[in-house]
Design a protein around this ligand. Structure first.
Ligand SMILES: NC(=O)c1ccc[n+]([C@@H]2O[C@H](COP(=O)([O-])OP(=O)(O)OC[C@H]3O[C@@H](n4cnc5c(N)ncnc54)[C@H](O)[C@@H]3O)[C@@H](O)[C@H]2O)c1
Length: 305
């Protein structure tokens, strides 16, 4: 199939592109390289440098390429920055999606797959979060991702374009940007591999659900063939504290590092984990790479970089 992947020079979508190309699909990547990197691009994919907020350009690309599937990963992903500049977040995550969908409705598209958030979707509820829980995002980033899902539902109702929104927990793996505000495994791994001591926000007891990027890519593969329309959590249901992440990365690096704590970031959720039983039932998806193995692979990648 011909698949257009937005954000394919970034961390997660570059793994999705690799998985699609390994299966023999034809892939076109659209990315503005704002946080993505040309080194992440699969050589067998066609690359078009473009910004999804550029309405004319995006519509021109989609109408010319006529993909059967659009896999939409391009987004502004920093929750903290979305609080400082919600207009920028909405411009990329809402208007960018609308530019894509207004072009998609003019071509015979089979499906849209979108990367959404599970961690920032449900608000402060008892974990694990499931899809039946009310979406109550507490940040502009979470709100723009939920708005994206509602727009996809609108395009499905009105134009019969099927969609699957994959609500990821905290994704980690090789190629993750270690200089962002999230991605603690990448941040700790890069700093420790350079002999620096990372700081832990707060007392380090906050927990997150870490899902390995290859498992996430697999969900994007399974989503190609499914008739399901709607939202699916992609996570592990396992909660890992920041202290555990710190200790695991240090152990895999084979170094002894003293734990240094700094003030907690205001507004941080204490816990987060996703119930993935719906994705298991519908897609036959489940995580296969556990935390220990995943961190081992990330650390090996950093050591060989
Ligand atoms: N990393 C996670 O834990 C996580 C969790 C939930 C959801 N997601 C979602 O997954 C997707 C990919 O995230 P990631 O972690 O790989 O981040 P990333 O920053 O590595 O990837 C985003 C890609 O989109 C590109 N991009 C950004 N704005 C663009 C624009 N206006 N036009 C064209 N390209 C643009 C960037 O250059 C980059 O290559 C995002 O939609 C994100 O919201 C990520």
């Amino acid at each position: 199939m011909k698949i257009l992947v937005t954000g394919g020079a970034g961390f997660i979508a570059s793994h999705v592109v690799d998985a699609y190309i390994n299966l023999g699909h034809e892939v076109v990547v659209v990315d503005n390289l704002s946080s993505g990197n040309k080194n992440n691009l699969n050589q067998k994919a066609k690359f078009i440098e473009a910004d999804i907020t550029d309405k004319e350009k995006i519509q021109e690309i989609i109408k010319a390429e006529k993909p059967e599937i659009i896999n939409h990963h391009a987004a502004h992903i920093q929750v903290g920055y979305s609080v400082k500049n919600p207009q920028f977040d909405a411009e990329n995550n809402i208007i960018g999606l609308l530019n894509i969908m207004e072009a998609a409705k003019e071509i015979p598209i089979k499906k849209v797959i979108m990367a959404a958030t599970g961690g920032a979707m449900y608000g402060n509820k008892v974990t694990p979060f499931n899809e039946e829980m009310k979406a109550e995002p507490l940040s502009p980033y979470g709100i723009s991702k939920r708005a994206g899902e509602l727009y996809l539902n609108y395009y499905h109702e009105l134009y019969k374009i099927p969609f699957i929104s994959l609500r990821y927990s905290n994704v980690y793996g090789p190629r993750q940007n270690p200089h962002g505000e999230s991605g603690v495994i990448a941040i700790f791994s890069e700093m420790m591999s350079e002999g620096k001591i990372p700081s832990i926000n707060g007392d380090g007891t906050h927990t997150r659900d870490y899902v390995y990027v290859e498992d996430v890519a697999k969900a994007n593969v399974l989503a190609l063939e499914s008739d399901f329309v709607g939202e699916l959590n992609i996570g592990t249901t396992t909660e890992i504290s920041t202290n555990e992440v710190f200790r695991k990365v240090a152990a895999e690096m084979e170094i002894e590092v003293e734990e240094k704590h700094i003030a907690e970031r205001p507004g941080e959720q204490e816990t987060s984990s996703l119930d993935y039983s719906k994705a298991k039932k519908i897609l036959g998806w489940e995580p296969t790479i556990n935390f220990d193995e995943g961190v081992r692979r990330v650390v090996t990648w950093y050591k060989n970089k």
